[in-house]
Ligand binder design. Structure first.
Ligand SMILES: [Zn+2]
Ligand SMILES: [Zn+2]
Length: 341
């Protein structure tokens, strides 16, 4: 089969590799749709010791397809079933898993291989994070399950509810998904991004009110003005930049919650206004990754058309287009590229 194989930073090769066969408990999926992700861009540039501990490996981690073969003992799916899998599986045994926080599992098993015609899913992933789809669900939509589950996790951390004001910083795919999830909960959503065609695209989707941070000398003041002077009930950073984390704290109102969703570069710090944190009872929340429960709920939202992320796909390509797709992402010229192997 054809696959895009990652050998290390900057080294992605278009190769022919054997079609995997499933061992006991394993499933082989025919990949019908894979999506590029900002993480792929970062990983291709500098590697990723957590998500990709061993090379070479077939690249890519957001995908959906049809079951091509099942190993001994697999009961959850049958050949021909449409299915989507997460890109990781928790161990269910460590302290974090036992405490009901499997996204923080100390032994998360990561799976890569979306950019190939077939992908082998290990037994642990099949057991906890493989979800059967309705046969009518397009694979291109189902492939959003993983990033949507992350967004759902971020919104849940702040317990976003109807009628609240929610500010999302970041106009990338995750910023958009966070805005869509918050809007689906009937919150009033303001999305802050950098002016350009991507922000215009987001504006045209009508998911949220949109503010251009580059056109505003004081975006925090604008956000406070837009929320009756009080500040937002919830702010969420989806940029991974410390200066924006700071803005997220500055733009939240009394009793509000700040969600640090975007991961910043190692070693960076932000400062907290101690007076506000104390007297205004600010809640500062980290949000990382997803859980088996969030993956299932993301699939439900996609299949019930509650969240419709399809317009975030700006380009479609075959397997040979992966490198170009990632370059488009890196250059800010694409939101999500759909790869159809
Ligand atoms: Zn991703
Ligand atoms: Zn664990």
């Amino acid at each position: 089969m054809r696959a895009q194989v990652f050998y290390g930073p900057g080294d992605l090769r278009d190769e022919r590799v054997p079609v995997p066969t499933p061992g006991p408990g394993e499933v082989v999926l025919r990949v019908d749709a894979a999506l590029t992700c900002g993480t792929d861009v970062k990983t291709l540039r500098r590697g990723h010791p957590v998500m990709i501990p061993h090379v070479p490996t077939v690249f890519g981690h957001e995908f959906a397809g049809r079951v091509a073969a099942v190993g001994a003992g697999v009961r959850a799916v049958r050949e021909g079933d449409h299915a989507v899998a997460a890109n990781s599986a928790p161990c269910r045994a460590c302290r974090s898993c036992q405490a009901g926080r499997p996204n923080l599992c100390e032994d998360l098993l990561f799976v890569n291989g979306a950019y190939g015609e077939f992908i082998a899913l290990p037994a642990r992933l099949v057991a906890v994070n493989l979800v059967r789809l309705q046969s009518t669900t397009p694979a291109s939509r189902a492939a959003f399950a993983e990033p949507l589950a992350c967004a759902l996790g971020g919104v849940e951390r702040a317990r976003v509810d109807g009628g609240q004001s929610v500010v999302v910083f970041g106009h990338g795919p995750l910023g958009c998904l966070l805005a869509m999830v918050a809007a689906a909960r009937k919150a009033r959503v303001i999305l802050v991004g950098k002016g350009g065609w991507r922000l215009e695209r987001v504006r045209s989707l009508g998911i949220a009110e949109v503010l251009d941070a580059t056109a505003a000398p004081d975006i925090v003041a604008d956000l406070r003005a837009a929320t009756g002077g009080r500040g937002a009930d919830v702010t969420i950073d989806a940029t991974g930049r410390p200066e924006v984390w700071q803005q997220a704290m500055d733009a939240v109102g009394r009793g509000g919650s700040v969600v640090f969703f975007g991961g910043c570069a190692p070693g960076t710090t932000v400062s907290v206004d101690t007076r506000r944190a104390h007297y205004e009872e600010l809640t500062l929340l980290g949000a990382f990754h997803h859980t088996p429960d969030l993956i299932r709920r993301a699939v439900e939202l996609l299949e019930a058309n509650v969240v419709e992320p399809d317009p975030l796909v700006t380009h479609r390509m075959g397997l040979g287009g992966v490198r170009e797709g990632l370059e488009l992402m890196a250059g800010g010229k694409a939101l999500k590229v759909l790869i159809e192997p």
